[in-house]
Design a protein around this ligand. Structure first.
Ligand code: ADP
Ligand code: MG
Length: 638
């Protein structure tokens, strides 16, 4: 039965026109969306030479009758919306009726389609927009669409295509985006005749993600329990604290199943991760948002990648809440968050070439100069499980986040390597010792201090190899926990200044200080108004090391004012605690004596979370002996 209608002119002009097919990946997006809209259970994507020479999509969806097959090549021919009202609430991926005619006009195009009940199907050939042939087609029910020699008739556009490898990387990324959102659909991807991805249908979202990103990464994801806040339903999987990337490649978010990017969503994620995410890093997310289609507009971007929310705040809020809630809960699980390893990764996934730096763990950064990723040192320095200490009376959010990091074992020391670099056996070992949510202070491991690199990194010999401690980060951690304990037990010990410091501030900073007087007092900073925009400081935290209290206080004010411009003032004092602790820490170029280093190490291991500083940066990294042996050619790689 014919289903396609030509859009009335008025409506058609309301549909944003634009560059629909700028590169092979865009063809994949449009054609896969069509197949999904057609209810396909299995979608095959075959590409030749990056998709420039050929893209073929084979699906087992509804297929089309002859009339529709002819009509679908007309501009603005769509079966998916009919009226202006439909445009306000789009339930399908497609709605513009633009993709097929656009693709057919810039390629050697073939469409073969058959409805399930039809005795015979239809095959149509179009050459650069000109109809060449229509004939019967005897293939299986479903639709095959093939576009060869993309832009053969538009050399100007062809010039903008990148290398075949780059184009294919985009094709693959595009397919991955769809595959994640549609686990119930099987996907196959080949390039130049070689199998790149084979993803069987599954009901289990995590199973699908595992097939795409590998066992190692999937096992470290946290499940976001489905919650609805103000009509915004959020669910999916996200990386735990400390798991991040230097680009957005793995920050995937979906709105009603459509992969999208949106500032509201990014803000929500950032807010939700809070201190669990290092500056300049992006989280790993597979996050699904479900909303009434009336509450947003997808018709703002030719590639339908961006949406406009009518109420961006509630989206941001819902995401922020689910993410922070998920991270908090992860810390409470007695054995960490890692779901059991069940099925092995789909074999094809291992062979899948990754897009450049998509697997760059942030924690490889401290050793970026080293060519090989670090090996894990969890077995060497993981705290020994002990009984749970009594919960502190006051719970600070920053502290919670930090605890989660320890509980999640996502610290740099523990998961420093890129998954594909891990030998299977080593990866297995990683799962063994599970840190409890709250561990007894660990005995410092037997480390022999060898020396100090760049007045910052303490080099140590451990059982497993070379261990480096960032003395600045370690001090931040130690001071942060000291601060927190002191606040919980009534106040930070302070040192009285020989001469009180007077601070002349701007009216804005004066306001800020007045608002924060109680928190500052609790932090050991006795400060009081001393005139218009002038403050007198009598005491500073006892363990503060600074020759210039006024300059240090300026930094505190600066920190407070930069925090106050951020979205939520609720977190102000918590952030201040962390940042003030850092300001009070030993400077990176302070020279420590050996006993001081030993004391620092001991203090660090007395911390609840020794492995990262309050900003999520690592305090310890290890280069294992076997890694060194490989580097020096004493052992075969792998
Ligand atoms: P849109 O998806 O915006 O409707 P397209 O140009 O992508 O526009 O497709 C036009 C129409 O062709 C669709 O509305 C649909 O009815 C039909 N169609 C396209 N691809 C398929 C397919 N794989 N299986 C069944 N029908 C399809
Ligand atoms: Mg479409």
């Amino acid at each position: 039965m014919a289903k396609i209608r030509i859009l009335p002119d008025a409506l058609a002009s309301q549909v944003a026109a634009g560059e629909v097919v700028e590169r092979p990946a865009a063809l994949v997006r449009e054609l896969v969306e069509n197949s999904l809209d057609a209810g396909a259970h299995h979608i095959e994507v075959h590409a030749q030479r990056g998709g420039i020479a050929m893209i073929r999509i084979v699906d087992d969806g509804s297929g089309m009758d002859r009339e529709d097959a002819m009509l679908c090549l007309e501009r603005h021919a769509t079966s998916k919306i009919r009226t202006k009202e439909d445009l306000g609430a789009i339930h399908t991926f497609g709605f513009r009726g633009e993709a097929l005619p656009s693709i057919a006009s810039v390629s050697r195009f073939r469409l073969a389609t058959r409805e399930k009940s039809a005795l015979v199907g239809t095959e149509i050939e179009v050459n650069g927009g000109k109809l060449v042939a229509v004939r019967d087609h005897g293939g299986a029910p479903g639709t095959v669409i093939e576009a060869r020699s993309l832009f053969f008739n538009v050399p100007a556009r062809r010039k903008f295509l990148r290398t075949e490898n780059t184009e294919f990387a985009h094709v693959e990324q595009q397919l991955r985006l769809h595959a994640i959102a549609n686990p119930q659909t099987a996907f196959t991807l080949t390039h130049n005749g070689e199998l790149v991805l084979h993803l069987p249908a599954t009901r289990d979202m995590l199973e699908r993600i595992r097939g795409l990103v590998g066992d190692e990464l999937a096992s470290r994801l946290l499940k976001v329990e489905e919650t609805t806040v103000q009509g915004v339903t959020v669910s999916g999987y996200i990386g735990g604290p400390g798991m991040s990337r230097s680009n957005r490649q793995m920050q995937t978010t979906y709105l009603n199943g459509r992969p999208i990017e949106s500032a509201s969503i990014s803000y929500g994620l950032r807010e939700g991760y809070h201190t669990a995410l290092m500056k300049g890093q992006y989280p790993v997310t597979f996050l699904f948002i479900q909303m009434d289609p009336h509450a947003f507009d997808v018709n703002v971007h030719p590639a339908k990648k961006e949406v406009r929310f009518h109420d961006g705040h509630s989206v941001r809020d819902a995401i922020s809440r689910s993410v922070s809630h998920t991270l908090e809960n992860a810390a409470k699980l007695p054995t960490g968050h890692a779901p059991a390893r069940t099925a092995p990764a789909a074999p094809a996934a291992a062979r899948t070439p990754q897009l450049p730096d998509s697997r760059q763990e942030q924690f490889a950064m401290p050793v970026a100069a080293s060519s090989a990723p670090l090996r894990n040192i969890a077995p060497a320095i993981a705290p020994t499980p002990g009984p749970q200490p009594a919960a502190p009376a006051v719970s600070h959010r920053v502290a919670d986040v930090l605890e989660r990091i320890a509980a999640g074992r996502s610290t740099p020391a523990i998961h420093p390597q890129a998954p594909e670099a891990a030998a299977p056996q080593e990866a297995q070992e990683e799962e063994e010792p599970q840190a409890p949510a709250k561990a007894e202070p660990a005995e410092p491991p037997e480390y022999r201090i060898i020396g100090v690199l760049q007045k910052l990194y303490v080099l140590m010999e451990g059982k497993e190899g070379l261990v480096l401690m960032d003395q600045h980060a370690a001090h931040e951690r130690v001071n942060f926990e000291k601060f927190r304990r002191a606040i919980e037990s009534g106040g930070v010990p302070c040192q009285r200044l020989l001469l009180p410091v007077t601070l002349q501030t701007t009216p804005r900073d004066a306001d800020l200080l007045r608002q924060n007087l109680p928190s500052l007092n609790r932090l050991g900073i006795e400060i009081e108004p001393f005139g218009p925009n002038i403050f007198k400081v009598e005491t500073l935290p006892a363990f503060l090391k600074t020759d210039d209290p006024a300059a240090w206080l300026d930094q505190v004010i600066e920190e407070l004012s930069s925090l106050s411009t951020k979205s939520s003032s609720l977190r102000l004092s918590e952030d201040a605690i962390a940042t003030i602790a850092c300001r009070a820490s030993v400077k990176s170029n302070d020279v420590l004596s050996i006993p001081e280093m030993q004391a620092l190490l001991k203090d660090l291991f007395a911390c609840e979370m020794p492995y990262c500083c309050p900003h999520g940066r690592p305090t310890l990294v290890q280069i294992s002996t076997s890694e060194l042996e490989r580097k020096f050619g004493r052992r075969a790689p792998g």
